[in-house]
Design a protein around this ligand. Sequence first.
Ligand code: HGY
Ligand code: MN
Ligand code: MN
Length: 412
Amino acid sequence: MRPDRPIDGLMAELQALAQISEAEPPVVTRVVFSEADRRARAYVKGLCAAAGLTVQEDPAGNTFARWQGTDPTLAPIGTGSHIDAIPNAGSYDGVVGVLGGLEAIRVLRQMGFAPRRSIELVIFTAEEPTRFGIGCLGSRMMAGVLSPEKAQALRDKEDRTLDELRAQAGFAGPLESVALPPGRFHKFIELHIEQGPELEREGIDLGLVTHIAAPASVKILIEGEGGHAGGKLMPGRKDALAAAAELILALESAAKSTGAIDTVGTVGVCEVFPGAVNSIPSRVRLETDIRDIDRQRRDGVIRSLFDACQEIALRRSIDFKADVVNSDPPAQCDEETLAVMEKAAAEAGKSSQRLVSRAYHDSLFVARIAPVAMLFIPCRGGVSHRPDEYASPGWIGSGVNVLARTLAVLAS
Ligand code: HGY
Ligand code: MN
Ligand code: MN
């Protein structure tokens, strides 16, 4: 089979989708349930319908575009990713798996392939944590990892609920129906940019993911004492931001000292109150992101973070409130699918190597209900979650080519 037709059409679609942003292109910001997200969903659903797929959405906004197989009694092969994007992001994260997955389906249809198992393109809602502070909202609910009650308790920064926002975006129906039974997919494969430097540095065309890192997120509220920056002398101050600074460095040192390069710790959100230059910070809100491919090591860093909170609180007589938002196990990918992908890459004349995913993905949760695999393509300089994120047409074409071959084998 030679599913390596030119992908000019796909590249144009990627560019068109990148223009649908809350920010000035080339910056992509597309937070779930925002006006840009709704326009992006409409655009992609239009492409799926034009490709002859049957499109359905669940009450949380997960979208399923199905190519009916000859034997509808068999569980489908799934592929897909997300189209929401964090603030100040790029054009390829998630989108390559959605539009590239659609392109793989279009190539197979054009070649007259008739799948025995249906092939389903999935667009997961809210893969990014921006809106509600937790990542993979749609796939967590699909896998039954996040209950409807817990999902409905979430709030965004304007204190809006999931129910409110999903209704405004046109999604109704009980969230209970989002959870899918184990075996709903026979196999699930996600095409994604690596979001790391390895493939490009080694000159390898494709990454075959063996494990997906275990993400955790901890929210911390630090309560000190405000006051006049001039009148209140240094002795006896309860400066919440100075305490936060110590905590941020404590997290960095805990992540660096596990003895493993796979442990990472980041404080990506730091909100200071009252935020006036001449007023001592009385309250600071931090959001931390802690990951590792080894769950024990990752949990050790969370424990060190809590210990540091206690020690700093005592020494500075301030209060800390720390809550674990999520601390998920890593996922092991499906060996059978890995072997099919490895063979497909070789037949396509593409080099491939096995590697771990340091980013989390919806496949981390789909893995709870189906065997999953991920196919990585390089991204320039390993850069992601930035407007200069870039994947070349050659890299994307290789990914689509090998994904199409893999889908054809698994759906036969
Ligand atoms: O943060 C992540 O790993 C993913 O890109 N949302
Ligand atoms: Mn991302
Ligand atoms: Mn992603």
